[in-house]
Design a protein around this ligand. Structure first.
Ligand code: CA
Length: 222
């Protein structure tokens, strides 16, 4: 899952980015409103975290502009002000949720997870494909009941494949949702990680779940 964070306070931005990366999310950061809006328009993010007061363009305007352009990615707004009027105008501008700084990081992560699940029919934290299970809350992965240890990148890749199970996932889609802005999708990094995953998920099982689709990409088939 790839997240855009628009936050001008450098320390706050790096604190949030680090915390999100520990949860295996790919995070791009914009330090001003103009850059934030630009990135939000050109990249297919799964979630945008938007600070309210920003240089260049404020969070409220960015939110309104994105919704006018029918960019319907979930938006979590952050602000230092605990002000009912701001909260209401933020939600009216098209934000999905609102959090006042300072916040407890656990609560912040819980809201991030809820927003990322919003578009799914199954709102539980466990993704399933055949006998493979992935828990988005604990990051625990099991096949046939046996725990599998994955690195953060392997986890992020598997989560994305499972969210799109039985569909073809192209290398471009993977590079856009699993890796960050400056990732080179023409490198063979994706192949390398898919092979790591195969070894951990499919080796030793007669039923293979991860398949290559020649010239297209990959699919996780149930
Ligand atoms: Ca700010």
């Amino acid at each position: 899952m790839r997240i855009l964070l628009v936050e001008d306070e450098k320390q706050m931005a790096s604190f949030i980015k680090r915390g999100l990366k520990e949860q295996a999310y790919a995070v791009d950061v914009a330090y001003d409103g103009e850059e934030g809006l630009f990135l939000a328009e050109i990249n297919p993010y799964d979630l945008i975290i938007l600070d309210l007061i920003l240089p260049g363009k404020d969070g409220m305007s960015i939110c309104r502009e994105l919704r006018q352009k029918h960019v319907d990615v979930p938006i979590l707004m952050l602000t230092a002000k605990d002000n009912l009027k701001d909260k209401v105008s933020g939600l009216d501008a098209g934000a999905d949720d609102y959090l006042t700084k300072p916040f407890a990081f656990e609560e912040f992560l819980a809201r991030v997870r809820v927003l990322l699940r919003r578009q799914r029919i199954d709102k539980t934290a466990t993704l399933k494909a055949a006998d493979l299970e992935l828990n988005q809350l604990t990051h625990e992965v099991k096949r046939a009941g046996e725990k599998i240890d994955l690195t953060a990148t392997e986890y992020a890749l598997l989560e994305y494949l499972m969210l799109n199970k039985n569909q073809v996932v192209t290398r471009t889609m993977i590079s856009e949702h699993v890796w960050e802005q400056d990732f080179d999708s023409f490198s063979n990094v994706i192949n390398v990680y898919v092979n790591y995953l195969r070894k951990k998920i499919d080796a030793g099982f007669s039923k293979k779940l991860i398949h290559s689709i020649r010239g297209k990409g990959y699919t996780l088939k149930e």
